[in-house]
Ligand binder design. Structure first.
Ligand SMILES: *Cc1c(COP(=O)(O)O)cnc(C)c1O
Length: 428
């Protein structure tokens, strides 16, 4: 229905349903655990996966389906599955690809929650991980792929320092090796970057951030791009090709390009159960409807903040993708409409300067979260990265004076004034 329409139209209409009972224009909250079978035989068909009709809201709820398909539409994918958080989205996306003994390649610039999961829960489950420097060249990536490698994993814009992954290069590595590229597109959002256009197979979001935008709900999404050749990669992913119990055709036979999303919904999410509340999907949809407008303003405000802080004597470095960090060419290719709204600053005075600065903020909240309408700031070294030792932090670029600022949608002048006033108390 929305094919050929612009982003601003699709963010409002894609996937929307008109409720059959009352004709409600806004997608209702289907707050129901289950769905009545038409008959005994209909129940059998639904459970066997031979009916498109739903059975249970753990993995299949109508409000969630609208939100999932809207995100898929904006990304240019074929299907989107919603789960309880961004963290759950990463766990489920990988669980649908890999099992004990398998290997996953990542860049070395990842959200700390993802690193914690890879080094913690997933390693305990028997998966192996290897992080390559984000600037690794194409042949070295290809050489690092093993027969057991099940995914290449990257963030389009890394949280918190804004390193940008060369998705086109990673897409070529994926094409050469038959290993799907999985991209966490949370910080960029589909308005600023669409990883499927660069060769990604699967896109992940923490919908808690800019997609919702209001800071009221936790959620995650996994989008299937529909372009990965699962047939050519059958040796790595036999679970998508095996016939199901009861003689049901395989996911690839039944669902073609959307086989991965179908497997994710019908097997992985069903078995693990990280359900996304339909009330959250309702709020998420309200956020998505204004995504393009918000992202334009987020980017404008972030640029205003970066410009205002760059020359400040208390600040040794301002991190914003493509602004004096040597990433200009790749940012121009990947993020032509802006590089998001995280601005991180290195305070020359280290941790003490960060404490003084953060405690002097009035409008801006000290908080762990990003992509909110409100501007938020945090000293990641003593919170998010607080469990690491000093050398590990430095290896990740987390200096003692690093403060991450998620620039919100307040009046730019007011954000800048609060930052500059707080910096007045920080000695250079
Ligand atoms: C916040 C975040 C996540 C985790 O999402 P939650 O919704 O908090 O579980 C994953 N990736 C990135 C890049 C994030 O910023």
């Amino acid at each position: 229905m929305t094919a050929g329409l612009g982003f601003a139209t699709r963010q409002i209409h894609a996937g929307a349903i008109v409720d059959a009972e009352a004709g409600a224009r806004v997608t209702p909250i289907y707050q129901s655990a289950g769905y009545v079978f038409d008959s005994f035989d209909d129940g059998v068909e639904r459970f066997a996966g031979r009916s498109r009709r739903r059975a249970y809201s753990r993995n299949d709820n109508p409000t969630n389906v609208v939100a999932g398909s809207r995100i898929a539409d904006l990304e240019g994918g074929v299907d989107g599955v919603l789960v309880a958080s961004g963290q759950a989205a990463i766990a489920m996306a990988l669980a649908a690809l890999a099992q004990a003994g398998d290997h996953i390649l990542t860049t070395d610039r990842l959200y700390e929650g993802t690193r914690e999961m890879l080094r913690g829960a997933l390693r305990r489950q028997g998966l192996e991980f290897e992080a390559l420097p984000i600037e690794t060249d194409e042949d070295a990536w290809v050489a690092a792929v093993r027969p057991q490698t099940r995914a290449i994993y990257a963030e389009s814009i890394a949280n918190p320092l804004g390193e940008v992954a060369d998705l086109a290069l990673l897409g070529r590595v994926s094409a050469r090796t038959g290993v799907p590229l999985v991209v966490d597109n949370t910080v960029a959002t589909p308005y600023l970057c669409r990883p499927f256009e660069h060769g990604a197979a699967i896109v992940i979001h923490s919908t808690s951030k800019w997609l919702s935008g209001h800071g009221s709900v936790i959620g995650g999404a996994i989008v299937d791009g529909g372009t990965f050749d699962w047939g050519a990669a059958a040796a790595r992913f036999p679970h998508l090709h095996e016939r199901r119990p009861g003689g049901v055709a395989s996911f690839v036979e039944r669902c073609g390009p959307a086989a991965y999303a179908a497997y994710l919904r019908a097997v992985v999410v069903l078995e693990h159960g990280p359900s996304f509340p339909p009330t959250s999907a309702f709020l998420l949809l309200h956020g998505i409807e204004t995504l393009s407008l918000r992202m334009e303003r987020h980017v404008a405000n972030a640029l205003a903040v970066a410009d205002a802080l760059r020359a400040h004597p208390a600040i040794s470095r301002v991190h914003y993708p493509g602004a004096g960090d040597g990433q200009e060419a790749i940012v121009a290719r990947l993020l032509p409409d802006g590089a998001g709204s995280i601005v991180s600053i290195d305070l020359a005075g280290g941790r003490d300067a960060a404490r003084t600065f953060l405690d002097r903020l009035r409008l801006i909240s000290q908080m762990t979260h990003i992509g909110d309408v409100r501007t938020l700031a945090i000293h990641t070294g003593s919170t998010i990265h607080g469990k690491l030792d000093e050398q590990e932090r430095l290896d990740l670029g987390i200096t003692p004076g690093l403060v991450r600022i998620s620039v919100g949608l307040e009046q730019a002048d007011d954000i800048v004034a609060d930052l500059l006033r707080a910096l007045d108390g920080v000695s250079p």
